[in-house]
Design a protein around this ligand. Structure first.
Ligand code: G
Ligand code: MN
Length: 273
């Protein structure tokens, strides 16, 4: 039996051997690759649903094992963790995003995802702040997205680390909120600027009254905390309309825009004004 980084335990049978070998091979590819060459970034707009204005972009990394197939974070972040390259990946993503998607020059924010280890590692705030300063960007325009998962194991240290990010001027978003790792009891103590409602809740909005109640609760929580609230993974007008009716203002998802290369993302600002 093997414990995954997310805490689930998987028992392998001999049938899994081929899969195990494939996994070892792709882990080696990640370990040996030049990240500069094998990572590219796409940017998804975050929309103010009341005005239709793009308020910012979230950068997503795509990794290629072979220069042909491009994998999404869900498919390769575990490889970065296994090879100890999450810190390097995050710094590279931030550096690249700051150079190709200068959203702050158009009054927009730029969001970057942090791996749980980045959040907890000593010196991350300073390392990221140096990169932002070298790019000539204001830290306040940069939103660091942190998942609840990162805060569970050692809430006190997590709180101290988030305060260190804040002290450098960064904004902080709590990502994938409502996805199961509830940190509801800590949220009021954390220095947050935004809560991002997990995409699973968007999908459940049409059919599940429980999901609507949960979204309404998160919206009310964000109001009470005086912070922003974004819903992720909005795929159609029905979901957007329900979210709007529940008081969600900021939205993200295929309905508003798919993740796209920097040039295309920045060009959409010209059209939208
Ligand atoms: O954990 P995080 O929210 O950062 O991850 C978001 C992931 O979901 C990205 O890989 C992004 O490309 C993808 N994504 C963004 N919008 C949508 C959407 O509307 N539907 C689905 N299924 N995926 C989305
Ligand atoms: Mn995110």
């Amino acid at each position: 039996a093997k414990e995954h980084s997310d805490g689930t335990v998987v028992v392998f049978s001999p049938d899994d051997e081929a899969e195990l070998l494939a996994r070892a091979a792709i882990t080696r590819q990640f370990n040996d690759c030049d990240l500069e060459e094998r990572v590219r970034l796409v940017y998804q707009p975050i929309i103010d649903a009341a005005s239709g204005r793009i308020t910012g972009f979230e950068a997503f990394a795509r990794w290629s094992p072979d220069g042909q197939r491009w994998l999404a974070p869900g498919q390769f972040i575990s490889l970065a963790v296994a090879t100890g390259r999450t810190g390097e990946l995050t710094r590279m993503v931030l550096t690249r995003a700051l150079s190709e998607c200068r959203a702050w020059e158009q009054g927009r924010t730029l969001s970057i995802n942090l791996a749980p280890r980045d959040v907890m590692r000593a010196g991350t705030a300073e390392a990221l702040a140096r990169i932002v300063s070298e790019a000539g960007a204001p830290p306040h325009a940069i939103i660091l997205e942190v998942t609840e998962r990162a805060l569970i194991d050692d809430p006190r240290r997590a709180e101290a680390q988030l305060k260190a990010f804040r002290a450098q001027g960064f904004r902080i978003a709590l990502d994938d909120f409502g996805a199961g790792w509830s940190s509801l009891s800590q949220v009021h103590r954390l220095p947050l600027d935004m809560i991002k409602i997990d995409q699973a809740l968007s999908r459940a909005l049409a059919t599940d009254p429980g999901a609507r109640t949960l979204v309404a609760t998160i919206v009310s929580l964000s109001w009470q905390l005086g912070i922003d609230c974004t819903i992720e993974g909005v795929e159609d007008e029905a979901q957007a309309e329900t979210a709007r009716a529940l008081g969600v203002r900021l939205m993200q998802g295929y309905h508003f825009g798919r993740p796209a290369p920097a040039m295309q993302a920045m060009a959409s600002l010209v059209n939208a004004a």
